[in-house]
Design a protein around this ligand. Structure first.
Ligand code: UGA
Length: 445
């Protein structure tokens, strides 16, 4: 089957390479000439484990092509995917900015040739696919097409695995022809036993928002329980384990921490609230999820202050991990972006390390932050080390080396990577999330 994917961002590139891996012939189109030139040379715009390998493999077999021109592939395509970005609108009011989606619809409409299925993969508010259909019809009244919604559920860092092994595929399509085309496209997954769910278009659009909002709800829920654990002397890890073993609850997304970040949960929870408001429906749980997430970041700053004995003024703070989660260079809505400026505002000196995020972080963090390529160098002479992102390489820190480098051995672990017993024996004052702090020595201001 012949496919065009418009937008070679994170979803577009992973889906394009994935469909090529299924055996389809794919052309990924992007307006950004530089980006396409770089991809052609084998340099990918995003860091995603396993992606480079399948891009190179499918490019050399001729199944994956890149272009800046819709005219090159749209006329011969059976299915076109719109996978352009839908950033939060600049007005900051929770709206998703659909400019790129509508532009893509208008442009592709000119090149349609014979029956074509236009499918929206970008995360878009309910009703967008029908708006896209209207735009195509207005631009090219003779075009023969259907519109469908096929949201993606990829996690950054696991996107290639998720595309090739999804829990489910959700397809909102309302004609037999459209359903048949998408069923054929996903046949390699269906034959592996992956459920393909066919729904109405609005249902598919809402399923995406509801899924992300529910996962965000689990995180905010466990973060509040973690805060309660700290006050009553309970251990949130055991609480989450005790809850998660109930199959109706499930153990995933119950890891407490500094709050969710990334390009999806913060944007999609707010967009869902906006959709609900426009339709006169209260979504009070999601409202609370958003508030709890913001409060959690502020609480993490207070936790660091408490670890330092009451003030961060004049203290040297080493930060391990800046990206919103490990295995990505993505800094969007990362908790570090709220925590670090707050520490600097209160007079701290901040030294930071991250395996992949430093380039991006330099653009986004205050210029006072000093960046280090070596994690131990970042921690030299520090009054406290704060782990914000749980990269694997932090899990094997040499604790005695770390202790010998620091001014005072205080460790704030915002991802509960270490065991309190291990940190206690290593001689640290250790603060984590939802567990009793370990105090080995008194901190003097
Ligand atoms: C999320 C969803 O997991 C994907 O299913 C979805 O397709 C994607 O958004 C999207 O809409 O495109 P992603 O943003 O890559 O994927 O990241 P997650 O792994 O879900 O993590 C999001 C945030 O939640 C991170 O900051 C992470 O540290 C945090 N988190 C996650 C927790 O604090 N606790 C947990 O137990 C799990």
């Amino acid at each position: 089957m012949k496919i065009t994917i418009i937008g070679t961002g994170y979803v577009g590139l992973v889906s394009g390479a994935g469909f090529a891996e299924f055996g389809h012939t794919v052309t990924c189109v992007d307006k950004d000439k530089k980006k396409i030139e770089l991809v052609e040379k084998g340099s990918l715009p995003i860091y995603e484990p396993g992606l480079e390998e399948i891009v190179i493999r499918n490019k050399s077999s001729g199944r994956l092509n890149f272009s800046v021109n819709l005219a090159d592939s749209v006329p011969n395509s059976d299915v076109i995917f719109i996978a352009v970005g839908t950033p939060a609108s600049r007005r900051g009011d929770g709206y998703a900015d659909l400019t790129y989606v509508f532009e893509a619809a208008k442009e592709l409409a000119h090149f349609l040739n014979g029956y074509t299925l236009v499918t929206i993969k970008s995360t878009v508010p309910v009703g967008t696919a029908r708006q896209v259909a209207r735009i195509i019809r207005e631009t090219n009244p003779l075009a023969e097409f259907d519109v469908a919604s096929n949201p993606e559920f990829l996690r950054e860092g696991e996107a290639v695995f998720d595309f090739l092994n999804p829990d489910r595929v959700v397809v909102g399509a309302e004609t037999e022809k459209a359903r048949n085309l998408l069923a054929a496209l996903y046949r390699p997954l269906e034959s592996k036993g992956v459920p393909i769910i066919f729904t109405g278009i609005e249902t598919a659009e809402l399923t995406k928002y509801a899924s992300n909002a529910f996962l965000a709800t689990k995180i905010s829920f466990i973060n509040e329980i973690a805060n309660l654990c700290e006050e009553v002397g309970a251990d949130v890890i055991d609480v989450a384990k005790g809850m998660g073993l109930d199959h109706r609850i499930g153990s995933k997304f119950l890891q407490p921490g500094p709050g969710y970040g990334g390009s999806c949960f913060p944007k999609d929870t707010k967009a869902l609230l906006r959709i609900a408001q426009e339709n006169g429906v209260a979504c009070r749980i999601v409202e609370a999820v958003v508030e709890v997430n913001a409060a959690q970041r502020a609480r993490m700053v207070r936790k660091i202050r408490q670890a330092l004995g009451g003030s961060e003024e004049g203290k040297s703070i080493a930060i391990l991990g800046l990206t919103f989660k490990p295995d990505t260079d993505d800094m969007r809505e990362a908790p570090s972006l709220t925590i670090i400026p707050a520490l600097i505002e209160h007079g701290a000196e901040v030294k930071a390390h991250d395996p992949e995020g430093i380039n991006e972080a330099k653009r986004l963090l205050p210029q006072e932050v000093k960046f280090f390529k070596d994690k131990y160098e970042a921690c030299r002479d520090a009054d406290v080390v704060v782990l914000i992102t749980d990269w694997n390489e932090y899990k094997n820190l040499d604790l005695s080396k770390l202790k010998s480098l620091m001014k005072t051995p205080i460790f704030v672990d915002l991802r509960n990577v270490f065991s309190p017993d291990v940190m206690s024996s290593a001689g640290f004052n250790y603060f984590s999330v939802g567990r009793r702090p370990i105090i080995n020595f008194k901190t003097n201001l």
